[in-house]
Design a protein around this ligand. Structure first.
Ligand SMILES: NC(=O)c1ccc[n+]([C@@H]2O[C@H](COP(=O)([O-])OP(=O)(O)OC[C@H]3O[C@@H](n4cnc5c(N)ncnc54)[C@H](OP(=O)(O)O)[C@@H]3O)[C@@H](O)[C@H]2O)c1
Length: 351
């Protein structure tokens, strides 16, 4: 483990220097790793492990787009591609990467396939932590571990191919074999993590649900909409409102934040902008702090997961989500966005 100072707090993290891919291969030697679900995380993690020489099989229900995707990626029915239950039966490590609602629906059949000494792996603490809602209570004789990449499955794959990685947290919920931690770290390295930081199942799910409802997705979308609507209501054109709200952020400023932090981004803007942003940042922070408290409470109390499970277990859940996403995409702001993107030099057709 490497001790790293994160702004005055020292944490222990693991990189491929401390836990090499050769060591991961040795730990996973002789294991059959079944990736259940070939949605978004499934392909990223499965393909990276396969490229790293791990014996990977896929468990996926037949007849859907995900089954076809697994075929397209070279998994062979009856050899490396099976129905979910059969893959779980063959595996010594079951990586449950079905959707969170799908994990609940399939748990009774998966549970029956777990043998003593197997490992049950998740990329989210959801199912295990909210057991009263999900019914997911693993048997005592299996390891229960987690590696949660902090990014989309698409990026897990993309970054692996370009030689970088996605940071991930890891945790052990239950160590039945005495090798749970080794197994978790080996899998974390084999799926191509940048660095791995320790967490617990609870902390992972609380932070993840807060983050996606907050800054990463929900708050970001809400904040942008509020500013865009304000500018439009004050007579600014869609092009002006969109550029001042989204385009400048995504095309310029957030890249500077990624490169070198917020102070670096501020330092690369005018002193007029710096003065104003420094004055207004604490006001925004304080205005939304109570909302963040409410959000965290809603996560911890199980209200958020209850809503996810009831909404996403409905037979028509995908159509309903698609309808809401389409309404968002068709709002004036995001139609303006589409027009702005088309005008980017790289998207303009040559005359
Ligand atoms: N999305 C991410 O980038 C991300 C990041 C970090 C962690 N995670 C975690 O990784 C896990 C997988 O997430 P994901 O986003 O990859 O999920 P997803 O794309 O929603 O996964 C869908 C998969 O679950 C299957 N499925 C859904 N309902 C099912 C059911 N009732 N019976 C059988 N199969 C069912 C789907 O099969 P069909 O296609 O046949 O419906 C598909 O293979 C989750 O625990 C998630 O929280 C995800």
């Amino acid at each position: 483990m490497a001790k790293i100072d994160f702004g005055g707090v020292v944490e222990e993290v693991i990189t491929a220097e401390e836990f090499t891919i050769e060591r991961a291969r040795r730990v996973l030697d002789g294991e059959t790793v079944a990736v259940l679900g070939y949605g978004v995380q499934g392909p990223g993690q499965a393909l990276n492990m396969r490229d790293n020489g791990v014996r990977v099989i896929i468990g996926q229900r037949e007849g859907s787009k995900s089954w076809q995707k697994a075929l397209d990626d070279g998994f062979e029915p009856g050899k490396t591609l099976f129905p979910v239950e059969e893959a779980a039966r063959q595996a010594t490590i079951v990586m449950n990467l079905l959707s969170d609602a799908g994990q609940v629906a399939t748990w009774p059949v998966i549970k029956k396939q777990l043998a003593p000494g197997d490992a049950l792996y998740f990329s989210h603490g959801f199912g295990v932590v909210y057991k009263d809602q999900t019914g997911i209570v693993p048997p005592a004789d299996v390891d229960v571990i987690l590696v949660a990449p902090k990014g989309s499955g698409t990026t897990v794959r993309r970054n692996f191919l370009d030689g970088s990685g996605i940071n991930a947290s890891y945790a052990v919920f239950q160590d039945a074999t005495g090798k749970a931690s080794e197994r978790a770290l080996a899998l974390g390295i084999a799926i191509g993590s940048g660095y791995l930081f320790p967490t617990t199942f609870e902390k992972e799910v609380y932070s993840d649900l807060t983050g996606e409802r907050g800054v990463l997705m929900g708050a970001l979308a809400g904040l942008m909409e509020a500013q865009y609507n304000l500018l439009r209501s004050k007579g600014h054109s869609p092009s002006e409102a969109f550029n001042e709200t989204v385009e400048e952020l995504t095309q310029s400023l957030i890249r500077l934040v990624a490169e070198n932090g917020m102070d670096w981004m501020f330092a690369n803007c005018s002193t007029t902008a710096q003065r104003g942003a420094l004055d207004w940042a604490p006001r925004f922070r304080d205005a939304v702090a109570p909302l963040f408290e409410e959000l965290y409470e809603s996560v911890v109390s199980g209200k958020e997961t209850e809503r996810v499970l009831s909404a996403n277990s409905a037979p028509d859940y995908r159509a309903r989500l698609d309808a809401e996403l389409s309404a968002l995409g068709n709002s004036e702001m995001w139609r303006a966005g589409a027009a702005v993107r088309k005008l980017r030099p790289e998207n303009r057709s040559p005359k």
